[in-house]
Design a protein around this ligand. Structure first.
Ligand code: NAP
Ligand code: MG
Length: 402
C-alpha cells in the first residue's frame, strides 16, 4: 500500500522519560508505516531545553504559529530535584506554560471513552470536554494577612492619576485579604477559542460563572461571552445546529451530573482546575484523557493530559518491563494528523486518524490493555499487556480492519 502523502509539516515536539519512549514506538509502529510523515522536529526533552537555554520551546511555539498544528510529547517541568538530576543551568519554566503564553491559547481536555471502562456517573454516555481559562483570577492574586483592626480598600490609579476606590471591609480584628484581576483581552481570547472549538467539534458550549454574587467581576465574563457570541458566532452556531448555553456555576454542576455528556464546558480558571480533575477521575483514568491547546486564531497543539510517567521510566531504565498506557499519546498524534488533513484537504489523512483511533478502542474492547486499565475494567476476559505489546496489538487490529 502506498503511504499517505502530507503537504504541510506537523510541528513535532518530542519530550521526556517514559512518554519519549512511547513516542518513538508510536511513530515506528503506528504512523510511519502508513503515512509519509512530514514533521518539523523540535526536541523539547529537558537536556535539549537546557542546552538551548529553553530557546527550543519558544521556537517550537513559533513554528506552531506558522504551520498551525503541533503534536507534543509530555515534558518534565523542572523542580529542585530535576535541576540536580539533569544538572540544569536554571529551573526552566513549564514548556506548556511557555507555549500557552505564546499561542494565547485555551486547553480543552476530553476523555476517551471505551466499553469496559465505565464512568462513575451512570448517565454519562458521551465525553465532557473541559475548557479551562488559563489566565488570572486567584492564580495571579495578591494576598495579605491582616494583623488587626483597620480599613481595607481597593484602589485603582489610572495613568492620568485619577483614582477609583472601593471599601472592601472595615476590619475590627485580624483576618485575610485577597485581590485579583483579569483582562478583557484574555477573556475575549478564551471566548473565541471556546466558540471555535464548539463549531469545530459540533458540540454545544456551556459556560458558567457566579455573576449573581460577583456583579462586576464574573458579570464581565458573562457579558464578554454573550457579546462575542451575538456579534460573531450566533449565525454559525445556528447553521451548525449547536447551542451556546450560559448558567450559574452551581446550576451547571448540578446539570452536568445529570447530563449524558457530549458538550464542552467552559470554566473560569479555578473552576476548570477543580472540575477537570473531577471529570477526568469520574471518567476513569488520566491516561485516557486527551488535551488540545487552541488559540483564538485557530492554531492547535495536541498532547496527552498525563505527565512523563517518571516511575515507569525508572523501571524501564533498570531493564524492567513496563505497562504504560499509550492511548492518550496515540490520540494526540491522530488529533494532529486529522486536523492537518482537514486544513490541507487530505481526506485520506483524516480517514487514517479515524481508523487508528477505532483500532485503539477495538483493541481495548477486545480485552487487550495496559495494567492501569486492567485494574479498573468491567470486562472479564482481560490480557494485560506491556507497553510495546499494546502498541503492536493496536497495529494488528488496524491491519485487520483494512
Ligand atoms: P504522571 O506522569 O501523569 O504520572 C503519575 C502517575 O499516574 C504514574 O506514576 C502512573 O501511576 C499514572 N499514569 C499517568 N499516566 C499514565 C500512563 N500513560 N499509563 C499508566 N499510568 C499512568 O505525573 P507525575 O509522575 O506527577 O509527573 C511526572 C513528570 O511529568 C513531572 O516531571 C511533571 O513535570 C511532568 N508533567 C508533564 C505534563 C505535560 O507535559 N503535559 C503534565 C503533567 C506532568 P502508577 O505509578 O501508579 O502506575
Ligand atoms: Mg488541578
Amino acid at each position: 500500500m502506498e503511504k499517505i502523502k502530507m503537504i504541510t509539516p506537523l510541528v513535532e515536539m518530542d519530550g521526556d522519560e517514559m512518554t519519549r519512549v512511547l513516542w518513538k514506538m508510536i511513530k515506528d509502529e503506528l504512523i510511519c508505516p502508513y503515512v509519509d510523515l512530514k514533521t518539523e522536529y523540535y526536541d523539547l526533552g529537558l537536556e535539549n531545553r537546557n542546552a538551548t537555554d529553553d530557546q527550543v520551546t519558544v521556537d517550537s511555539a513559533n513554528a506552531t504559529k506558522k504551520y498551525g498544528v503541533a503534536v507534543k510529547c509530555a515534558t518534565i517541568t523542572p523542580n529542585a530535584a530535576r535541576v540536580k538530576e539533569y544538572d540544569l543551568k536554571e529551573m526552566w519554566k513549564s514548556p506548556n506554560g511557555t507555549i500557552r503564553a505564546i499561542l494565547d491559547g485555551t486547553v480543552f481536555r476530553t476523555p476517551i471513552i471505551v466499553k469496559g471502562i465505565e464512568p462513575c456517573v451512570r448517565s454519562w454516555k458521551k465525553p465532557i470536554t473541559i475548557a479551562r481559562h488559563a489566565y488570572g483570577d486567584v492564580y495571579k492574586n495578591a494576598e495579605l494577612v491582616i494583623p488587626g483592626a483597620g480599613r481595607a480598600e481597593l484602589v485603582f490609579t489610572g495613568e492620568d492619576g485619577a483614582q477609583l476606590r472601593e471599601t472592601i471591609f472595615d476590619f475590627k480584628g485580624p483576618g485575610v485579604l485577597q485581590g485579583m484581576h483579569n483582562l478583557d483581552r484574555s477573556i475575549e481570547s478564551f471566548a473565541r477559542s471556546c466558540f471555535n472549538f464548539a463549531l469545530d467539534s459540533k458540540q454545544d458550549l456551556w459556560f458558567a460563572t457566579k455573576d449573581t454574587i460577583s456583579k462586576k467581576y464574573d458579570h464581565t465574563f458573562k457579558d464578554i461571552f454573550q457579546e462575542i457570541f451575538d456579534t460573531e458566532y450566533r449565525e454559525k452556531f445556528e447553521q451548525a445546529g449547536i447551542t451556546y448555553f450560559y448558567t450559574l456555576i452551581d446550576d451547571a454542576v448540578a446539570r452536568v451530573m445529570k447530563s449524558e455528556g457530549g458538550f464542552i464546558w467552559a470554566c473560569k480558571n479555578y473552576d476548570g482546575d477543580v472540575m477537570s480533575d473531577m471529570v477526568s477521575s469520574a471518567f476513569g483514568s488520566l491516561a485516557m484523557m486527551t488535551s488540545v491547546l487552541v488559540s483564538p486564531d485557530g492554531k492547535y497543539e495536541y498532547e496527552a493530559a498525563h505527565g512523563t510517567v517518571q516511575r515507569h521510566y525508572y523501571k524501564h531504565l533498570k531493564g524492567e518491563e513496563t505497562s504504560t498506557n499509550s492511548v492518550a499519546t496515540i490520540f494526540a498524534w491522530t488529533g494532529a494528523l486529522r486536523k492537518r488533513g482537514e486544513l490541507d484537504g487530505i481526506q485520506e489523512l483524516c480517514t487514517f486518524a479515524d481508523r487508528l483511533e477505532q483500532a485503539v478502542i477495538a483493541t481495548i474492547e477486545s480485552g487487550c490493555m495496559t495494567k492501569d486499565l486492567a485494574l479498573i475494567t468491567s470486562l472479564e476476559q482481560v490480557t494485560v499487556q506491556n507497553s510495546e505489546e499494546f502498541i503492536k496489538a493496536v497495529r494488528s487490529t488496524y491491519e485487520r480492519m483494512q
